[in-house]
Design a protein around this ligand. Structure first.
Ligand code: T4K
Length: 382
């Protein structure tokens, strides 16, 4: 039993981060490393890499996948692979991580921001349609927090206007729905395997595509554009995932169902405890979707809670709890984007409200019951 003088004071407590990478026991990783050491093959499409691509195709129920060293490089290459004429417009969301828009700029294309819908913060099909001009060639929506976009409506718009669709699916890992997997929608989808994601390889990412020819092209683009030992067909990057990352991915896959189950249990506890508190909204998954809960986003309405989101954020910090304001500020307000006509705040009212109200609470597979209850207590005590 703990003696009174051993009791932890609030200042001794370890801060609770918004997320923590899920690391299986180190001993389980050693055999994978031994195989790499024995083979002396450490990167460039080695055996672990090939095995992870096959394993992910099976797990995610997708036809082709190309691994990358991070999600941002995967996004850059995916846009390149769509062959959009330089300077053409890509309709996208201001409510995302900044990498989404950066990928457009890196490809010398013009992002055109359109507003999001109020339930999940995903691009609103009606605003996409209104943003289309004769220069529009593609749509780049994000499945924010792993809640699938209205992919049927977006496909319909794309077909009518002859546009390509690239989904930023950085948050989508582990999300399923009765209809076909959302990762099969659009021309291409991009995943992130960053350490903070549901499935992580420390850094990593992938492009999902539907044809062997497209996979071959993407694999060439992520390897400097090589198409043979002495031939370079186009300007590619170094986007290759190394063998240690891929091996970690294989190990993480053996634990993924348990990790997802724990996330769902944490989300259930938060939902039960926070539902009904005036001024606190929960960004819930759509009916029929099995969520992965990469984040646990709540919204704070100051008029009803008596405290703004930022007040609550500061209050959490005083209690050594570190939620994050994903996504604040809006991408459209950052220096490289704020002068675009589509970045005018009055054109993006729903996104602006989300960015001002959202707070992502700590959620990760090995969060303790005590950490969850401490988090809930801060909100209930306001
Ligand atoms: N598209 C979307 C929609 C995205 O959300 C992202 C990335 C991308 C594209 C690009 O994919 P990547 O190129 O990243 O694969 C993080 C991540 O860096 C980023 O991957 C993620 N989205 C974004 C939403 O969040 P930060 O700077 O807010 O995270 P960071 O590194 O401060 O980590 C958050 C907390 O996690 C830390 O306070 C503590 C904990 N943590 C973090 C790391 C890295 C750990 O406990 N251990 C760790 O190793 O950007």
């Amino acid at each position: 039993m703990m003696r009174p003088e051993q009791k932890k004071s609030p200042s001794d407590r370890k801060p609770i981060p918004v997320t923590r990478p899920f690391l299986p026991p180190l001993a389980e990783f050693i055999p994978y490393l031994e195989r790499i050491w024995e083979s002396r093959w450490v990167t460039n499409g080695g055996p672990q890499h090939q095995e992870l691509e096959r394993a992910l195709c099976r797990y995610l129920n997708v036809p082709f996948i190309s691994l990358f060293n991070n999600g941002t490089n995967a996004l850059l290459t995916a846009l390149q692979a769509l062959d959009l004429p330089e300077g053409s417009e890509v309709v996208t969301t201001p409510f995302s991580f900044v990498a989404t828009a950066h990928a457009i700029k890196w490809n010398r294309l013009t992002p055109v921001f359109s507003d999001v819908e109020p339930t999940h913060g995903n691009l609103d099909p009606a605003t996409i349609e209104a943003a289309i001009t004769p220069r529009t060639r593609a749509i780049l929506p994000v499945h924010v927090y792993g809640n699938p976009c209205d992919t049927a409506a977006i496909a319909d718009i794309a077909e009518r206007h002859d546009l390509k669709v690239l989904y930023d699916a950085a948050h989508l890992f582990g999300v399923t729905r009765p209809a076909r997997p959302p990762l099969r929608d659009g021309d291409l989808s991009v995943l992130s395997f960053h350490a903070t994601k549901v499935f992580g390889t420390f850094e990593g990412g992938a492009i999902v595509c539907s044809s062997e020819a497209m996979k071959k092209r993407i694999d060439s683009l992520k390897n400097f554009g090589f198409t043979g030992e002495t031939t370079v067909a186009e300007v590619g990057m170094n986007g290759k995932m190394n063998e240690v990352q891929a091996a970690f991915g294989l190990l993480a896959l053996t634990h993924i169902d348990e990790a997802l189950a724990r996330r769902r249990a944490v989300a259930e506890r938060y939902t039960a405890a926070l539902a009904g508190i005036p001024g606190i909204g929960i960004v819930r998954p759509s009916v029929g979707v099995t969520p992965a809960w990469p984040y646990f986003p709540i919204t704070v309405e100051a008029a009803h809670l008596g405290k703004s989101r930022d007040d609550l954020f500061e209050e959490f910090k005083r209690h050594d709890i570190l939620p994050r304001r994903y996504f604040y500020p809006l991408i459209s307000s950052f220096a490289p984007y704020r002068d675009l006509p589509s970045a005018a705040p009055e054109k993006l009212p729903v996104a602006a409200r989300f960015a001002e109200q959202v707070l992502c609470l700590p959620i990760f597979p090995d969060i303790t019951g005590e950490e969850i209850e401490r988090t809930i207590t801060v909100i209930k005590a306001t």
